[in-house]
Design a protein around this ligand. Structure first.
Ligand code: SF4
Ligand code: SF4
Length: 432
């Protein structure tokens, strides 16, 4: 067992404290990040196929899905990935007489996967990160458990039909879709675990890549990544992962970006449900995001706090953020997204004027938006909304115009809250 390394202390803003990590903190100028709005996903898997047909169509990649969309609570790729890791963490906490809880200040009291490994170096065969290696069969069914919800707890009539209406704020029987790619973590577990130092994080955009020349296929990254987004290729005998479509981020494709500005990844730009918005956010050298309230991602994540990281207690500081589903049980969601769930759901359920406008930018076009601006319009709608605690709040909707600007500061999208309607001219009636 290798005990020669020394853990550094780094600040992880998602768990609101310093934590142990095998390397010193080093932060990119800009960080690849994204917000996924779970409430809108229809599990069409267009994102999954856009990724597959671009990057993983070769021999040895047949069961490799860098982007996948799974149905929670039962689905998972690889099967039960989060349940298995949460169990491992729970056992480590039991042995150390600790608990995976958060205090009132939003600080995580438990151990991350790095800290659990540090405490229990000889227990799990993994020196730097608490993890496990999925078995081959667990990767074979990317969509197992699709649309399955936990057993019914609502009343049914003699015919078996639900006799009680399903009401918000929380459904008793539920499922939702979880969209997953590599999180291009600030403290990647895959990078921390690699004995070959074959994994690196790019200075310009924080994208985490595996050097295919250096990798020897030891699969320490597969074992360590808590999200199981590093995948072994049995044909080439080396490991691969999502590359955040970096040629698109670099604006290298003349056909789609003649002026060389960055465009969103394939999975983002193909999203039919308009659930995804990707960006490149500025970072400070202390590991915090640079305050930039004109950037829509900064605004959603740090100002409005409507989008949350997936399993922040793992400690990798993932950079994909989720607007949690309104209808799912809060305890389940809190385990998955941390203590900000109720606040995030309430903000989304009765959105502020600014949030309503920014939500219109999701998938309005494919260039990366660096800045937004809102022009005020008239009030068009009002409604009473039920919040998490069952109380009511009045929602006012305005037909504001929202404008997005690209990397070069040029306008790349302009849209309104109320979707414009176009009437087909009579001459085209019933024609194709
Ligand atoms: S393309 Fe969008 S809506 Fe369809 S499954 Fe993917 S994330 Fe969901
Ligand atoms: S999600 Fe996994 S593979 Fe991606 S950067 Fe984080 S630890 Fe590495």
């Amino acid at each position: 067992m290798n005990r020669s390394y020394i853990m550094s202390k780094v600040y992880n803003w998602q768990i609101n404290r310093d934590m142990s990590y095998p390397y010193e903190g080093k932060y990119p100028e800009r960080q690849f990040a994204s917000v996924f709005n779970i409430n809108r996903c229809i599990a069409c898997q267009t994102c999954t196929m856009a990724c597959k047909s671009t990057w993983t169509y070769s021999k040895g990649q047949e069961l490799m899905w860098w982007n996948n969309v799974e149905t929670k609570p039962y689905g998972g790729y690889p099967q039960h990935w989060d349940v298995k890791l949460l169990n491992l963490m729970q056992m480590a906490h039991n042995r150390q007489e600790k608990s995976m809880t958060w205090n009132d200040e939003g600080e995580y009291n438990g151990m991350t996967i790095f800290e659990a490994a540090e405490k229990e170096k000889t227990e799990n065969g993994q020196s730097r990160v608490l993890g496990y290696l999925p078995e081959d069969h667990e990767w074979t069914k990317p969509n197992i458990g699709e649309d399955a919800s936990p057993p019914k707890v609502t009343k049914t009539d003699k015919m078996g039909f639900v006799s009680e209406p399903v009401k918000l704020p929380e459904h008793k029987s539920f499922f939702f879709y979880l969209q997953r790619i590599c999180n291009h973590c600030t403290y990647p577990a895959c990078l921390a675990a690699c004995p070959r130092k074959a994994i690196y994080k790019r200075d310009e955009d924080g994208v985490v890549l595996i050097d295919q020349e250096r990798c020897r296929g030891y699969r320490k990254c597969v074992e360590a990544c808590p999200y199981k987004k590093a995948m072994y290729n049995g044909q080439t005998k080396i490991t691969e992962k999502c590359i955040a479509c970096y040629p698109r981020l670099e604006g290298q494709d003349n056909h789609i970006t003649p002026d060389g500005v960055s465009v969103e990844t394939r999975c983002m730009s193909s999203c039919v449900g308009k659930i995804r918005m990707q960006g490149l956010v500025k970072m400070n050298q202390d590991g915090l995001w640079t305050k930039d309230e004109e950037n829509p991602l900064y605004w959603l994540i740090h100002k409005e706090k409507v989008a949350l990281p997936l399993y922040p207690q793992f400690g990798t500081e993932p950079n994909i953020f989720y607007i949690p589903p309104r209808w799912a049980p809060r305890s389940y969601l809190t385990q998955m997204f941390g203590p900000g769930v109720e606040q995030a759901i309430d903000k989304y359920a009765a959105p502020s004027r600014e949030l309503m406008a920014i939500l219109q930018l999701f998938r309005a076009q494919r260039e990366v938006i660096y800045k937004y601006q809102i022009k005020k319009g008239p009030k068009i709608y009002e409604k009473e909304i039920t919040l998490s605690d069952g109380s009511q709040k009045r929602l006012n909707i305005f037909n504001d115009t929202v404008i997005g600007y690209n990397e070069k500061g040029n306008e790349c999208v302009r849209t309104t809250v109320e979707e414009p309607m176009y009437e087909r001219p009579a001459i085209h009636f019933n024609s194709i």
